[in-house]
Structure formats: C-alpha cells, structure tokens
Design a protein around this ligand. Structure first.
Ligand code: PXG
Length: 467
C-alpha cells in the first residue's frame, strides 16, 4: 500500500462510528442495518479517489452522489469560498437586493444554457429547485388566467428530490408510501425503460409508445388541466434508464402542440455528465425550465436552481405581482462564488469537451465489454453514466426473483475491492468524476469484472444462480 494520506481528523474510526450511530440520523438509510454494518468514515478526496479514516483508498465510481464532476481536491474552489466568506459571507436576494456572485452566476448560466433560457431562480438543492418549479408553473398559468392548469405529469421511477413536492414529482413508490404522497395534481406515466418493460417491441417503437402516454393523459384530463411535464434526460437514481432516441423529441412535440411547459431535470445530466453542458442538448430538446444542482458546484457547496425561459420570465414581469416564494439561501454568495469557480474550471480545462470527444467513447468501449460477463444482461452507458443489468440467466435476460439481493452482494464486493458503485435493485451503476482518465477507466472496469466474477460465485453458492 502507498503511504496513508495525511488526515486532519485524529479520532479513531471506532469512536467516530460509535458517535455517528449515537447522534446522526442518515438519509436513505436503515438505521438498524447501519448499526450492524457500521458507517464508512470518509475523510479525504483527491482526483477520482476518496480515502476512509483508516487510509483505505476507493475509486469513487459515483462522483460522490453524481455531483463531484471536476473531482476532489481542487483548492481553487476553497480559495473562492474563503475570499467570498471574508468579503460577504451572506446576504439575501429578497426585497429588491442582489449581490455580485448571484448576478455573475445567473449571467454565466444564461450564457451556458440553450438559447431562450436566460433567467435563474436559485435554491439550495435540487429538491428545492423542483419545489420552485411546482410553484412557478402554477404561478405562471395563474398569472395567465388559467389557474386550473395545475397538473404536472411525471414518470414512474423518476427521481426529483426528497421534499414533499419534489418527492411527489418523483415516481418512487417507496417514497410515496412514507408520508401520504404524492400531493394533489401530480400524475405519473410509465418510464421509457426498454430493457425492463419493453423488449417485445423495438426500442424506437417503445420510445414513441411511452412518450404518447403523455398524450393519453392530456386527452383524458384535458389540456386546460395540464400545466407541465417533467423528466430527467436520463433517469439517474432510477437506475440509469437511457430512453430510446425517439422518446424526447416526441415528448417535446406533444408539449408544444398542447401548450404544456417542458421541465427537464438536469440535476444529474447537467454540467457535462453526458458530454454537453446540458443533457437535453444531447436529445435535441429545448425545455422551458431546467432544474440544476449537483455538478453546478461539483458538490463543493450546496446550490441549485431553475433556469427559466425568456418567455416565462417576460410573462411574469409583464403580469406583475409578487411570486410568494424563496429561500434564505437562494443564491447564497459563497455557494454562488464556488459554483462560478467550478464553471470556470469546467470551461477553461475543456473538461466537458474531453468527455464528449474522448472519455465517453473510451468508457463506452470498456463498459460494453462488461456486457460479455455471464452475470450481465445489458451494459448501457451514455456519456459518463452507465448501468449493468444483472441477470441469473444471460440467454433470457430474466430478472432475479429475489430483486435487489444480487445488486447488494455485488456492491459489497465492489466496496471490498476499493470501488464505490451503486446498486439500484439489480442494476449496478456508475457516474464517476468527469476528469477520469483512460487508465482509471481501465482500473474501474477491471475491478468491476473481478467483482462480477466473485459475485457470480457467491450467488451460485447461495443457490441464486443455475450452476
Ligand atoms: N433531481 C434529480 C434528477 C436528482 O437526481 C434531485 C433532483 C434532488 O437533488 P437534492 O440536491 O435535493 O438531493 C436529484 C438528487 C441516489 C440519489 O440514490 C440521487 C439523488 C439524491 C439522493 C440519492 O442515486 N439525486
């Protein structure tokens, strides 16, 4: 092993784990299970690697939680934060006030966004941004004299955040089951998940069929009731569901013909994940609202927002009246300064261009090769997000009967081999920092192959695979 990296934290792991279990409630965690497993204590990051409190090194195949696009350890962002904290650590943007980081960041985002999207409403996270979107869509139609256009159509198995409104937009039934969700006037249509739900027709036919479910909803409820459609270009948390090419253009066409706003949630796909600034550009679609967060600051500071079309912003300005909505930390100056520095690095170091011209192609080659493994039913990837569908039977590509078990076994083996990969049921997914090099892609995919072998062995031993 290389020399253990320096640590600022001197407490032993055991003590940190005990304190964590005693005082810290974790997101999306079974606290009972956590007590038996013990939390991993991560203390440092550099490039695409993170280190735990005992010096164990992990290749971070998830870029944190789909967000550390420029990688760990960029001191320029720390310097930007320090400078801003010293100058103006906080001020709000309510009550006819603004500050330079908010103004500069809104201007920069308007430049980077597709043409016609040039206003930004800031929030502290992706969930908050989608809360804003619900309020904004309803406020927009109300100001045009159509308050009944309050319904937002989303998809099953989509993820749009964890607060009440955002989780309602999301199509995760396990989240809806906790807390009486969704809120009224949210409708979910089926997802464009060809591998899991559509193999009996071609992907292109399937894409059109799923998009036309939006049309069916409009016909059922009437266009006077539907205010917007929301979707992730590629569903991330749902398991890297890459829609067929026919899907998004048809969704856009239906929205336009029925006068429905199109919200594209770019919290994961934005800021280079697919090799362009925004995922919608890959699909040739121009939304009315774009949700942003995560890669916007590479996760170095919490920040999110909604990039809004000129048309919506102009309508609200023309109609007048206060939008009764906002967050204490909307356009937080430190987060905004850090985000600006992150965007500068992404741009000046041509990080997104490199993903598009080189890294994504190399990743695709190596990732598709993993599709040869006997445990893998499909290997799909777009840009730098990918999934492997695990199957007990490669010829039929059938799912495991005990869904999720194989995924967890494989994920744990990956962790033991120093690779952070996420399991969404039996889909193994990656979304590494965009700065990942070819040699590191080799390392990542080699570990995955080894871990698939080990997982296959363990699943066989447990009687979950035909021998
Ligand atoms: N939209 C999308 C598309 C997201 O992926 C959010 C909104 C909400 O963002 P905040 O910043 O409020 O978390 C997300 C977040 C997972 C996982 O398990 C994914 C997210 C969050 C937590 C877990 O893959 N994505």
């Amino acid at each position: 092993m290389v020399n253990p990296p320096p640590m600022t934290n001197q407490k032993p792991t055991k003590i940190l784990q005990e304190l964590d279990l005693t005082h810290h409630l974790h997101p999306f965690t079974d606290q009972k299970e956590l007590r038996s497993q013990k939390p991993r204590i991560i203390v440092r990051g550099e490039g695409i690697y993170i280190y735990d409190n005992d010096g164990k090194k992990y290749l971070d195949g998830m870029a944190g939680l789909w967000c550390v696009n420029i990688g760990y350890g960029r001191s320029e962002l720390a310097i930007a934060a320090k400078k801003q904290m010293e100058e103006l650590p906080y001020y709000n943007t309510f009550f006819q006030t603004s500050h330079p980081p908010a103004i500069e960041l809104a201007t920069k985002l308007a430049l980077l966004a597709p043409e016609g999207l040039d206003h930004v409403f800031f929030s502290g996270s992706g969930s908050e941004a989608n809360e804003t979107n619900i309020r904004l869509v309803r406020h927009y139609w109300t100001s045009l004299g159509m308050p009944e256009k309050s319904v937002i159509v989303s998809r099953k198995n989509s993820y749009h955040g964890s607060s009440m409104g955002a989780a309602s937009l999301g199509g995760m039934h396990t989240m809806h089951a906790q807390g009486g969700l969704p809120i009224p006037d949210i409708i979910h249509i089926n997802q464009p998940y060809w591998y899991g739900e559509g193999k009996d027709v071609t992907p292109d036919e399937f894409g059109l069929m799923k998009a036309r479910e939006l049309k069916d909803v409009i016909e059922k409820y009437g266009r006077e009731r539907i205010g917007a459609f929301i979707g992730e270009p590629i569903q991330g948390a749902g398991g890297v569901i890459i829609p067929p090419d026919t899907y998004w253009p048809e969704i856009e066409r239906i929205c336009r013909e029925s006068d429905i706003l199109l919200i594209v949630d770019e919290v994961i796909c934005g800021f280079g994940r697919l090799g362009s600034w925004f995922g919608c550009q890959q699909y040739g679609v121009k939304p009315d609202i774009i949700t942003i967060a995560k890669g916007m600051s590479s996760g170095y500071q919490p920040i999110g927002g909604s990039i809004v079309s000129t048309k919506i912003a102009a309508t609200l300005e023309q109609k007048g009246g206060e939008f009764n909505h906002g967050y204490t930390y909307s356009a937080h100056p430190v987060s905004a300064a850090v985000s600006l520095e992150n965007l500068r690095i992404l741009e000046e170091e041509n990080i997104i261009e490199k993903v598009n011209s080189h890294t994504a192609k190399y990743m695709a080659k190596k990732w598709h090769a993993l599709g040869e493994h006997p445990l893998v039913g499909e290997a799909r990837v777009n840009g730098l997000m990918g999934a492997l569908e695990l199957t007990p039977d490669k010829s039929s590509k059938s799912p495991f009967t005990d869904s999720g078990h194989a995924g967890i076994i494989t994920r744990n083996i990956c962790l033991n081999h120093g690779l952070i990969m996420r399991a969404v049921e039996d889909k193994m997914i990656i979304s590494p920092p965009l700065i990942i090099k070819a040699s590191e892609i080799d390392e990542l995919t080699n570990i995955v192959w080894t871990c698939l072998d080990k997982s296959q062995k363990e699943l066989k031993q447990k009687g979950l695979l035909a021998s």
